[in-house]
Design a protein around this ligand. Structure first.
Ligand SMILES: [Zn+2]
Length: 389
């Protein structure tokens, strides 16, 4: 077996102390990967001088204080050096974003992401890339072939629980991240268990990316009762737009306030699966699933990820400090296409004076005194909530 032209070495694999490892081959043998898999292809030598016989190996990987060099085995001896790339063990990975994200701060921060569909999976990947160190990933679904066109996971993960496959994806970006997973279905029966997971992690922020109103209302209430900030996102039908809410207990309107204040908008929801369609088909008339494109879901998920970073960093990031003054609205709205309730919008054109597509708008969503979830006044009847007498 000949040596590859380029080798990728995972530093964490070498620090484990094995003297022999496997060489995993990619790209028709052009690339070799040393990632800690057990095997005999690679002899690992620590220090300056070779100390082990190398005849039956393909490569010799020589590790010194802060360098790794790989040599092709020729005639039973280490010969020509092979190009190599070393993947650092942990936080060195985030050198490039240091100064923007303050990765030392993010390493100790914890995020609970509830719901790992197209939006949730995107948010998790972005937070892992930024260097967030601790995650709870919760979703009861397995990945299906139909999910793949809108999900961060691909066909090689079909059949796996999204929570477990997303844990692996986090580790591909940040091997040092601590990831707790759960396949609980969020509902009234499991809410105590879900809360227990969030508490155990010590979540600094909760991302609500589930796709049913019932689960969102439940998570909204759990977060309010436990004084946890929550970022919630929702996509309108066929993802022609969506909203993002930042719920700070005791300060901003909550999701229940949104549902009660703007029931029409809160009811405008993407129907992304057969199960959703069945839920929305209140009459005999069939409702067809009409999922939106990934490109239309991502803007919503991206703002959620940014708001989560703001929540995690507080004032620790000079680059994000200004954003804290911009993103003060309790709710934000984005319209991808002039459709449905927004069909009347003028085309964006070259000017941006008027409400238009493809821009964020802060929405002043008042907190309801008599909100059943966050209100400060006791709710007597539903009519009283809406001021009907
Ligand atoms: Zn409320």
């Amino acid at each position: 077996m000949s040596a590859p032209r380029h080798v990728v070495v995972h530093a964490s694999a070498l620090s484990a102390g094995a003297d022999r490892l496997a060489l995993r081959r990619l790209d028709d043998g052009d690339l070799g990967v040393i990632d800690g898999t057990e095997g005999t292809d690679v002899v690992v030598v620590r220090g300056a001088a070779p100390s082990a016989p190398v005849e039956d190996a393909v490569l010799v990987c020589q590790v010194e204080a802060d360098s790794v060099r790989c040599y092709r085995v020729t005639g039973g001896e280490p010969g020509e050096e092979v190009e190599s790339t070393v993947i650092p063990a942990s936080m060195d990975l985030f050198d490039r974003v240091r100064g923007i994200f303050e990765t030392d701060v993010l390493r100790d921060r914890a995020v609970a992401v509830l719901g790992l569909g197209s939006g949730g999976s995107f948010i998790v990947r972005e937070l892992a890339k930024a260097g967030v160190g601790r995650f709870l990933l919760l979703d009861h679904d397995r990945l299906e072939p139909g999910n793949v066109s809108r999900h961060e996971l691909g066909l090689n993960d079909v059949g796996r629980f999204k929570a477990l496959a997303m844990r692996d994806l986090v580790h591909r970006h940040n091997p040092a991240a601590e990831v707790v997973t759960s396949t609980l279905h969020v509902n009234g029966d499991t809410k105590h268990e879900v809360l227990e997971h969030i508490r155990k992690l010590g979540a600094d922020v909760v991302i609500c990316a589930t796709d049913t109103r019932e689960s969102r209302l439940l998570i909204n209430r759990l977060c309010l009762q436990n004084e946890l900030p929550m970022i919630l996102g929702g996509v309108f039908q066929r993802a022609y737009g969506g909203i993002v809410q930042r719920v700070i207990p005791g300060l901003t309107a909550c999701y229940q306030c949104f549902v009660d204040s703007l029931p029409g908008q809160a009811g405008d929801t993407e129907i992304s699966s057969e199960a959703d369609a069945a839920r929305f088909s209140y009459t005999d008339r069939a409702v067809l699933p009409q999922p939106g494109l990934s490109t239309d879901v991502i803007p919503i998920a991206l703002l959620m990820a940014k708001l989560a970073l703001l929540e995690l960093l507080g004032d620790a990031s000079p680059a994000f400090r200004g954003l804290n003054q911009d993103l003060v609205a309790p709710m934000f709205q984005w319209i991808n296409r002039r459709e449905a309730a927004h069909a009347h919008l003028p085309p964006m054109g070259a000017g941006v004076d008027e409400l238009s597509v493809l821009r964020w708008y802060g929405v002043l969503l008042p907190r309801l005194d008599r909100c059943p979830a966050c209100g400060t006044k006791e709710v007597v009847t539903k009519d009283e909530v809406y001021g009907v007498t």
